[in-house]
Design a protein around this ligand. Sequence first.
Ligand code: AOF
Ligand code: ZN
Length: 338
Amino acid sequence: MHRAMELARLGFGYVSPNPMVGCVIVHNNKIIGEGFHRQFGGPHAEVNAINSVDDKSLLPASQVYVTLEPCSFFGKTPPCADLLVKHKVGSVFIANIDPNPKVSGKGIGILRKAGIEVEEGILEIEGRGLNKRFFTSFGKKRPYVILKWAQTADGYVARKNFDSKWISNKYSRKIVHKWRAEEDAILVGKNTAMYDNPNLNVREWAGNNPVRIVVDHHLRLGEHLNLFNREIPTICYNLKQDRQNGDLDFVKLSREDFLNELLADLHQRNIQSVMIEGGTVTINSFVEKGLWDEARVFVADTCFGEGIMAPRLMHAEFEGKETIMGDTLTYFKRNDIG
Ligand code: AOF
Ligand code: ZN
């Protein structure tokens, strides 16, 4: 199952809104087939694993290890549970039950009805971690929210004039581009859009561009900004108007429930994760509503002395720390009890 998880992860950044899934087929304690879900719309892990087995006559005496319950419905691809039944595999070991209501136990039902022995819950916690975006989407009906910022050692994210250049080093910035390619969407507030004029694309890493999102309550941002260049689908959430303009979407939300409505709208669009890249006001607004799951904070060794204060987390639990050529990167997760 560890190997199946390792394979699943190879699909990271390419399969959303589908989950990452890996599959390993074992005969007489030897791996005879492996596969993973490589691409949204493409074959599932089980199909690729079965196809990789040279001698299919070994399958009835083989064990299948798959990180997610085999599917039971015709989506973009036919049901994997039927495929495993057709090949009369010996037994199936599963990490997680598929939270998708179209499956959710029905895949296991098909296998058991065909007389195949099934055991689920193997490395269940690891599997939930692997697909935390997918599980959050089905469980909370909102995308998985990652907060990210870089601050100076004395706690500032920008100078008084909003200049935020050169806080984290170039290696840290490269990691941020890798992270962008891993998420479905990336969000900034009005001030960050205005003062930094970011492109919010993936330049320093190979991968897909996330959908760009900007919060601009009163539509104060000028359309000359890089965010509005229409090179990437972009959504501007505001209090004023609904307007669709090619790949640029303006969506009006209510003042009272702005962030919940924003996340509900992203959920409707099948967006399973969003990285909030600033600034402080925007990040703090998500923190105050408890609408975040994970935070990644770079602390550089420089000091500004004064400036715009960094965001403040609440109910945060330390998860880990690493050093990136002088920058310290700390990971937190939201403590759900809080
Ligand atoms: C599996 N194995 O490798 C994956 C599964 O539209 P489709 O046909 O690609 O189906 C997508 C759904 O199938 C997805 O929402 C999830 O419930 C399940 N994903 N199932 O047996 C896989 N990726
Ligand atoms: Zn499937």
